[in-house]
Design a protein around this ligand. Sequence first.
Ligand code: SF4
Length: 354
Amino acid sequence: MSHAGTVSFTPAELEAETERLFRVLLHVDCTPGKSWNYEACRGFAPLTLEINRLKKEKDAVILTHSYVEPEIVYGVGDFKGDSYFLSLMARESKAKVIVFAGVVFMAETAKILSPDATVIVPDRGSGCSLADSLTGDQLRKLKAAYPDAAVVCYINSTADVKAESDVCVTSGNVYDIIAALPQPRILFVPDRLMGENVRTELKRRGVAKEIITSDGTCIVHDVFDAAAVADARARFPGLKVVAHPECTPEVAAAADFVGSTGAMMKYVKTTSAPYYLMLTECGLVGRLQVETPEKHFIGGCRLCPYMKLNSLEKVRDALAAPRPDQIVTLDEEIRRRAARCIDRMFELAPAIKG
Ligand code: SF4
């Protein structure tokens, strides 16, 4: 018998779990200095076994954002994807406990949508440079300066900011939702670069909107550089460059495809090209290495220090006995107003997509 925490396993169970993890993760090479070889999988196996047992005992589900490490996504995640998909899963979940392996604003979103569940975040320090760039107070001041504007918040925002906003958007539906709003003036927060990309895209579509933004950026996506894209294209003929709309407009213009993490995955899966440059967080490359092992990714992705605070150990500890700081709590009035802003997105998004 082997033990992890309070749970024990037979050698056969450990071997089977090691095999399962290795078969899934054998092509992954997405975090410098880290390996997913057989020995590494043997090291993960006691934790994934323990977490998967704890999930059943506690009636819990684990939501994993594509940017967290692949042993979490594929080892213990019940649902994996981007903010929009995981928000839907949180809303539909009947579980008593939701563990959100992502960052704090995502766990807050899960709590907004699933108020009766105990929502747990493995590391309270897992912030986000975008979400943390704007408080509810700051947004109230901006709203006072632009009283006629529709207030649109990117889902990467705090519950306070959502509570002050008319409608929430994700990188997958931002263009369609803003285009569908009746107001000609939009106060878009907190991502300045996504706001610039929205301006460009709406102009291309012939939609007249004035877009005012606050000054947040994603520290992962704001540093990609159009010159490096040109250099990569020269070195890898036939390269496809795939970018997230949190990148600069120059980088977005230099890319072959710009979209949400879900849309980027779909693009790679349905495109035939020898090489890909993914201008996003490296966890997405890990997912693609698992799900499209025949494709080649040439590097260039970046690590999000907040997402990488998640670990199997922290997920296990938070599930076994969450500390008060790991349990998400929200003021009920804020939660209710934030839920209205997200529900408005759910109302508008399916209608737009037909
Ligand atoms: S990748 Fe950027 S937007 Fe996403 S959590 Fe990290 S800092 Fe925030």
